[in-house]
Structures are given as C-alpha cells and as structure tokens.
Ligand binder design. Structure first.
Ligand SMILES: [Zn+2]
Length: 266
C-alpha cells in the first residue's frame, strides 16, 4: 500500500504546524519532536508499560459525576499563593461552602502559613511539585513530582491526599501509572472559568457558570496566576449566590465521587 506524495506533503505540513505550536508554548523544546516521538526529558510512558506493577484494576479519571442531585464541586488550582488564595478562601467562607484545592507542592512549601489553618472544610489534592507538564516525563519523573507534593501536604495538614489533577490537563501514560501506584483518583473538570473570553465581561463570566453548571459538575478555577483570573475570583460570590438560587449544594470532589458510587447503574 503506497502513500502518495500529497499525503506525505500533508503530513509534513501538519508536522510543521506542530512545531510552530510547540515552539510558541512555554515548554517548546520537547514538543519539537512531535506527539509520537519521545521528548528529551525522558519519554512518554505507555499506560500499560508495566502491567505487573498495577495495583488498582479500575483507576478512575473523573470529569463530572452522573447524578440527579443538584450538587457541584468547585476546584481551585495552582496555589497556594499570596495573590488570590486568601480571596478565594474569603469568598468560600462568606458563603460557608467547601471546595477542593489542587495545590502545587512548591507553592505550598513557600506559602504554608497562608492556608495551614484555613482548610478544615476543604479538600486538598495533588497538582504536582513544580507544575511541569507531566505528560513529557517518564514514570520516575512523575512519581517524584507527585511524591514530593504528597509528603508536603501530609506535613502541613496531617492529611493524606487521594486525588491528583495533572497540570494543563495533560495526561500521559506515565501519569496514569504513577497515580495508580500512589492510589490516586485523577480529577479533571467539566466546566472552567473562561477568563480570556470574559476578561472584560464579569457578568458574562458569572452567567456562564451559573447557567451552565449541571448536577454533578466539576468547575475549574485558579487561585493564582495571570491578572485576568481576577474576573472569575471577583465573580465567585455572585456565582455561589446564583447557583444557590438554582438549588445547588456545594461539595468537595470526594463527596461528589461518593455520590456517584451510591447511584445504582442505569
Ligand atoms: Zn495548574
């Protein structure tokens, strides 16, 4: 079966496009080698490289939960940090609702005092040590990122995390293997703050969340980062009020997942 010249050219163009995207990103170099080539930093691991090592037969990746109960889980990534973690916590306290914070280990090490006494109602998940793109690391690299943060969370809060979220939502096989070894569920999201789109339209950002959240949704927000994130952080009180008015209850991600386990299969 031959591949004609046109196909070859199209593939070459696609490859060139991939280089352009990769080179424009923050971590351009590994992506120069394309999606099917090992990056310099260690190589993608296939998720079934080491079947004998697997501990859980059904590691789960959660985007949302299928339920008829009006519950929603807000999640905050990348902190803790002095810019907006206190603001997010204040908004949650004012509404007396829980959330889930996916913390970056090195940020927790630097800012533990910001959050040490403020997490009693909230859940804490692992968002890697350095916010590297875990999909470009081999299993040892991912294990190191997750283990350091796991230990830091235990040290600061005396709790053992059970959830992880990969930075950028980039989920490589090596992360699946590492999450399995550490007994983590992987949590992604069904809704996210769209600061790029709504930066100049705070009411639009609030409505986008209040109108579109469904029973079982997981909402992604950030408690640190670029200034445009302020449009969603400032909108949190209105989002919480609007969702309460729609009859929603707020839960942590583990509470949401427990609900899924109780729901009989259709
Ligand atoms: Zn992140």
């Amino acid at each position: 079966m031959g591949i004609d010249r046109r196909t070859v050219m199209r593939r070459a163009l696609l490859a060139t496009g991939g280089v352009a995207v990769g080179a424009g990103g923050a971590i351009g170099l590994p992506r120069l080698f394309g999606w099917d080539r090992p990056p310099l930093s260690g190589g993608y691991a296939a998720a079934a490289d080491a079947p004998a090592d697997m501990r859980n037969p059904g590691l789960s990746v959660h985007y949302y939960v299928e339920t008829t109960e009006p519950v929603v889980a807000f999640t905050f990534d990348d902190g803790p940090a002095p810019d907006w973690t206190p603001m997010a916590l204040d908004a949650l306290d004012a509404a007396a609702i829980p959330a889930t914070f996916f913390m970056v280990g090195r940020n927790l090490e630097a800012n533990a005092d910001l959050v040490r006494d403020r997490m009693s109602r909230h859940e804490i998940g692992n968002h890697s040590w350095s916010h590297d793109d875990l999909a470009t690391l081999d299993r040892a690299g991912v294990m190191s990122e997750l283990t350091r943060t796991h230990e830091m969370i235990k040290k600061v809060f005396g709790r053992t995390p059970t959830l992880m979220r990969p930075p950028y939502g980039h989920l490589g096989g090596s992360t699946v293997l590492a999450a399995d070894l550490m007994g983590y569920d992987i949590v992604l999201w069904s809704h996210l703050m769209r600061e790029l789109y709504f930066e100049k339209n705070p009411d639009g950002q609030v409505r986008d969340i209040v109108d579109n959240v469904r029973p079982g949704s997981i909402v992604l927000a950030h408690d640190t980062g670029k200034p445009n994130r302020l449009v969603s952080l400032r909108g949190l009180p209105a989002m919480f009020a609007g969702l309460k008015a729609r009859g929603f209850r707020f839960v942590t991600v583990p509470e949401l997942l427990a609900l899924e386990k109780k729901t009989p299969a259709a």
